[in-house]
Design a protein around this ligand. Sequence first.
Ligand code: NDP
Length: 295
Amino acid sequence: MAELIDGRAVAEKVYAELRQEIADLKGRGVTPGLAVVLVGDDPASRAYVRSKDKMCRDLGLHSVKLELPATTTQEDLLAHVAELNRDAAVHGILVQSPPPKQIDEGAIVRALDPAKDVDGFHPGNVAKLAFGDVSGFVPCTPLGCQRLLIECGVEIAGSHVVVLGRSMIVGKPLAMLLMQKANGANATVTVVHSRSRHLPEITRSADIIVAAIGQAHFVQAEHVRSGAIVIDVGINRVDDPTAARGYRLVGDVAFDKVARKAAAITPVPGGVGPMTIAMLMANTIKACRQLSLSL
Ligand code: NDP
C-alpha cells in the first residue's frame, strides 16, 4: 500500500515557518496584507474566499475581503483593482475565479500590479517563471505540488514527471517549475492533455504523476507503474446520496486502486488543496518582503 502524503501536515509546517517570518516583519513595523476580491455569489468561490480570509486572520495578516455584486461592471472592478494596487497596506491581491460573464478576466489580471499578483497569473510573472527569475510569483497550486514532493523527500531531479493537464493555473506552470535548472526541479517533464495519443503508455513511464484534468477517477491502476509517486490535484463532485450535501469530493485519481500500486499518493481532500492556500500565504509574505525593499 502506498504511503499517504499528508497535505495538511505539510501545510502546518509551512505555516509554522510563515509565523516566524510574519513576527519578524511585524517587528520591523510591517504587517503583510492580502486583498481577496469576489465578484458574484458562486457558492464554491464564496467558500474559497472565506477560507483564505480565515487563514489570513489566523496568521495575523491584514485581510481585505471585497465582496462585489454579480452585476459589477468591468470598469468598476478595474477601479477597485487600481485602488488596491495603490494601497500600501495591501501586498497581495487576488481576484477569485471565475468572474461573471461581463468581466474580461484576462484584462483584470493584466491590470494587477505584478508585484502584488500573488496568484502568479500576470503575464509578467508567467514570463519570470519561464526565465527562472525567482523574484516572480508562481501560481499557488503548482508551487504546493512541488513543495509536497520536496517535503516528502521525493527525488525530483532527473525523474520523469508526467503532468496531466495543460491549464495556465496548474499544468503549464507546474511543467515550467519542475523543468527549471534549480533545486527542487531539474525533472524531465512530459505534459499530456485531451488530444494526447497513447496516454496510458506515457503515464506508465512516469516516476511522478501529477493529475490536473478535472475528471473524476480518470487515472486508473493501468496508468501507473509500480512504485510511482502520484499527486492528485483534481477536485470533482460526484453524487453521493449518503453524504449530507448529496455529493462528495473526489480527485482525478482512482485512489483505492492506484494506492495499491503507487509508492506514495495524495488523498482528496487533504492533499494538494491545503497546500494551495498555504502557498498563497507564502506568496503574500514574499510580496510583502519584496515591496518593503529594506526588509
Ligand atoms: P482546466 O479545465 O482548465 O484544464 C483541464 C486540463 O485537463 C486541460 O488541459 C484538458 O485538456 C485536460 N484534460 C481534460 N480531460 C482530459 C482527458 N480525458 N485526458 C487528458 N487530458 C484531459 O482545469 P484546471 O487546470 O483549472 O483544474 C484541473 C483540476 O484541478 C480540476 O479538478 C480543478 O478543480 C482542480 N484544481 C484543484 C486545485 C487545488 O487547490 N487542489 C486548484 C486548481 C484546480 P485540453 O487542454 O486539451 O482541453
